[in-house]
Design a protein around this ligand. Structure first.
Ligand SMILES: Nc1nc2c(c(=O)[nH]1)N[C@H]1C(S)=C(S)[C@@H](COP(=O)(O)OP(=O)(O)OC[C@H]3O[C@@H](n4cnc5c(=O)[nH]c(N)nc54)[C@H](O)[C@@H]3O)O[C@H]1N2
Ligand SMILES: Nc1nc2c(c(=O)[nH]1)N[C@H]1C(S)=C(S)[C@@H](COP(=O)(O)OP(=O)(O)OC[C@H]3O[C@@H](n4cnc5c(=O)[nH]c(N)nc54)[C@H](O)[C@@H]3O)O[C@H]1N2
Ligand code: SF4
Ligand SMILES: [Mo]
Length: 735
């Protein structure tokens, strides 16, 4: 017997929990929390144990697949790479560079190899048609960081371990385990705030699992956070309680800001926001009177009509209270491997998308326009797509439209180990190894962590002989796609092939702020990390301004003109345009929901995560159900401007009246996928309701929270929609 315990890091979500995994040869005996990991302190959530299910899943792809007239057939890696490269070259030669599109999904950011090697493939393709999950997620945060602090990754995080007043808008870390706030063991971190006499206040249209723990929860009408924040800033100026620590901000910009917020008194916005004006004032005073308050917002405040403005105002509110770069406030990390010096600062609006004239951000267009770029004929129309670690048919707005669009493509390749709803349209699928078969160092989430830490986890299992890592797939494709290769290119390729991502990691560590270069005797190297399998604690976050800023003049650029121009749209939307028909009892505002046992669209093939009562339900307030004569568990039809789905009702009083909540990531009922457990627990796709034409017009982030839908008792099946679905099925059968 070769029973042993190895230490690893969970790379499923942003929390970076330490794992202690007991194995007997290739057999996993147990996955537990690593109590010796000082950051996660033994905490894990139920998804960690499902890493075993992914590893053992017989439906997980391990060999390249090609679609043929007889269905899916396995092919050899080299042949697969050759065919992919030949097709992409053919299409770019015939239709131009931009005819190949790319979509990078969320798991890429949890994957060191993909991060370090994906970039070169994209550069080699040299296409403007790049897309990713960023524009259904954190795009507003990048814009704020790049303008105010000089780099799109210079995103401050709430110093949760030292704050005494945590004001949280549109985040549910008890379910999500924290986002743009890597903070494992979140429940205990929240309890610790309360134990030291502090408070947590949650603003959310649903009384979430986090709100249940909070000292106070306020319901808010979806999509109105910007109004609430403007009112809070109005109170700050009106009462002249601006903190001295923001003296460094330009006074002419502050004066302009003061003018901007004059119209937004709590009294004027209260009805729109759904919060009492007295409460808004009280909340603002309580925040500014606290010793170490912090204001933070996530998905609910980002992925909505005024997501950019909301994230900007959250930062302004923190700044005016002197709560940026200070203990217990919004603080910056000092990661051991500092990607900031090696990555783009983030450009905005250098050029626009072809069909809808939407701005690029950092070389990407908003994914809400991906289907348009495939469906609309003309120069630069997308003819081929590369999907890597993504499932946009399920995770991006108007999934059905994209699903249909993908059938129009000449060629599709997917780098993924599941045959999901998106890559069922692929011609070739290149499956990398699973989570436990690769080395892990968190390049991204150490940038966003509430403590500075560094940890390297070697692969738990060495990859089977004929398997490839994501980075090897990227490297092989890049090599084949490069038309002219200098001697230098060839040498670099050979070096990368031999040493992989760990050589680059070692270099990043050595040259980083704690590295051997600056600290010759005790500095960090990869070797040092390898001999500390539970990770190295590099201490709490430290103030670092102004030197830590990446702006030209080492000052925070308030960028008021840039962001506040969106006030015109805000004013029009809330005070000039007619609002949705509130008299129609069937009209509701849709918001999203996450659950601890789910991870976007791709972990539903693990039976232990999906079994039990269905979680893909529509939550509705009891009084709304009463008014429409709907019963708990009854199936209803929810209809939006682009489609309709049916789901059972879950009656609750923990949601604002007039609001319904549906989780995303479900709807595994499309033919031709290969995840049979997920299919049994199919649920419905929330993004068959979200409208690709509804975006935060400032930067193109999709509006996934706060759109109007109709709820009706389910009548007979909608035959036209059924036909539409069938038409969307790909022709090939499974082998
Ligand atoms: N278990 C689990 N964990 C995950 C994931 C997962 O799928 N499952 N996904 C990971 C990913 S990719 C991400 S980005 C993070 C997201 O992490 P979070 O943002 O913490 O997670 P959400 O559950 O989306 O929280 C959004 C909250 O906003 C509320 N909300 C909706 N609309 C509004 C609004 O207009 N205003 C306000 N104030 N609130 C609103 C919703 O009710 C919800 O509670 O989670 C990560 N962690
Ligand atoms: N309505 C609504 N929609 C949403 C959201 C919401 O809150 N509401 N949240 C949005 C957010 S925040 C996000 S991040 C997106 C996520 O959306 P996406 O990133 O598009 O999709 P995922 O569901 O994460 O699917 C990831 C795919 O990657 C594969 N995969 C997993 N690990 C690896 C790996 O290591 N390598 C490779 N090559 N493949 C791998 C999985 O098999 C799966 O097919 O969804 C967005 N969609
Ligand atoms: S919270 Fe769960 S999924 Fe996230 S890193 Fe920790 S164990 Fe993994
Ligand atoms: Mo995300």
């Amino acid at each position: 017997m070769t029973r042993k315990t190895s230490y690893h890091t969970c790379n499923l979500c942003e929390a970076m929990c330490g794992l202690a995994i007991e194995t007997d040869n290739e057999q996993i005996l147990s996955i537990k929390g690593d109590k010796q990991d000082s950051f996660s302190r033994g905490y894990i959530c139920p998804k960690a144990t499902a890493l075993q299910d992914i590893y053992e899943d017989p439906e997980r792809l391990t060999k390249p697949l090609e679609r043929t007239e007889h269905g899916w057939t396995t092919i050899a890696w080299e042949e697969a790479f050759d065919k992919v490269a030949a097709n992409l070259k053919r299409i770019q030669t015939q239709y131009g560079q931009n005819s190949v599109g790319t979509y990078l999904g969320n798991p890429n950011v949890h994957n060191m190899g993909a991060l370090l090697f994906g970039r070169e493939l994209l550069q080699t393709l040299n296409t403007k048609n790049m897309y990713s999950a960023t524009s259904v997620d954190q795009l507003p945060h990048h814009l704020v960081a790049s303008k105010l602090f000089g780099h799109m990754l210079k995103m401050p995080v709430p110093d949760i371990d030292r704050t005494d007043f945590f004001l949280m808008l549109g985040a549910n870390p008890v379910a999500s385990n924290g986002s743009i706030m890597t903070s494992p063991d979140i429940k205990n971190r929240i309890k610790a705030i309360q134990k030291r006499g502090g408070k947590i206040i949650v603003i959310d249209p649903r009384k979430t699992e986090t709100a249940e723990m909070a000292n106070k929860h306020h319901f808010i009408k979806p999509g109105t956070d910007a109004l609430l924040l403007l009112a809070m800033i109005h109170v700050i100026f009106e009462s002249n309680i601006i903190d001295d620590r923001c003296n460094h901000l330009l006074s002419n910009e502050l004066d302009a800001l003061r003018e901007d917020v004059i119209p937004y008194s709590p009294e004027r916005v209260a009805d729109k926001v759904g919060m009492d004006s007295v409460e808004i004032r009280r909340l603002t005073y309580a925040f500014s009177e606290a010793k170490k308050p912090v204001c933070y917002g996530r998905m609910g405040a980002s992925v909505q009509s005024f997501g950019t403005l909301s994230q900007y105002l959250i930062m302004v509110f923190n700044l005016l209270n002197g709560r940026v770069d200070t203990e217990g406030g919004m603080m910056f990390t000092q990661p051991a491997a500092d990607l900031l010096s090696h990555t783009s600062k983030g450009h905005f609006d250098r050029y626009r998308s072809r069909v809808r004239n939407l701005p690029e951000f950092n070389g990407e267009f908003p994914v809400a326009t991906l289907a348009d770029e495939i469906l609309t004929p003309g120069k630069d129309q997308i003819k081929a797509m590369i999907f890597a670690a993504g499932n946009p048919v399920i995770s991006t707005p108007n999934g059905n439209k994209l699903d249909k669009a993908l059938q129009e493509l000449d060629f599709v390749v997917s780098i993924d180990f599941y045959l999901n709803e998106t890559n069922r349209h692929a011609n070739i699928i290149l499956p990398p190894v699973s989570q436990l078969e690769r080395d892990h160092y968190d390049l991204i989430f150490n940038l966003l962590s509430v403590r500075n830490t560094a940890k390297f986890s070697p692969a738990l299992f060495s990859a089977p002989n004929n398997a490839k890592q994501d980075w090897e797939i990227y490297l092989s494709l890049t090599d084949r796609l490069k038309s002219k290769k200098s001697l230098r290119d060839k040498l670099i390729h050979r070096f990368h092939k031999k040493y992989g991502p760990t050589a680059q990691l070692d270099l990043l560590l050595r040259t980083g702020p704690y590295g051997k270069l600056l600290n010759p005797f005790s500095g960090l190297t990869l070797k040092a990390l390898k001999s500390n399998p539970h990770g190295i604690d590099l201490g709490p976050l430290k103030p670092q301004l102004p030197n830590g800023l990446r702006t030209k003049n080492k000052q925070i650029e308030l960028s008021r003109d840039f962001f506040m121009k969106d006030l015109t749209r805000l004013e029009n939307t809330f005070f000039k345009q007619p609002q949705a028909d509130k008299e129609d009892k069937a009209n509701f505002t849709l918001i999203g929901r996450r659950h601890i046992r789910s991870n976007n669209s791709w972990m539903h093939n693990s039976r232990r995560l999906v079994k039990g009562k269905s979680r893909c339900t529509v939550m509705m307030h009891s009084s709304d159900c009463h008014a429409l004569k709907l019963k708990d568990g009854e199936t209803v039809e929810i209809t939006s401007s682009v489609g309709s789905i049916t789901l059972p009702i879950e009656i609750t009083d923990q949601i604002a009246k007039g609001v319904i909540s549906i989780p995303h990531g479900w709807g595994h009922n499309k033919k031709g996928t290969r995840w049979s457990t997920a299919e049994k627990y199919a649920g419905a796709n929330a993004n068959d309701l979200t409208d690709d034409n509804m975006i935060d017009q400032f930067c193109g982030t999709a509006v996934l929270n706060g759109l109007t839908v109709k709820v009706c008792p389910k009548t007979k099946p909608n035959t036209s929609q059924q036909k539409h679905r069938e038409a969307a099925e790909p022709e090939a059968q499974e082998a």
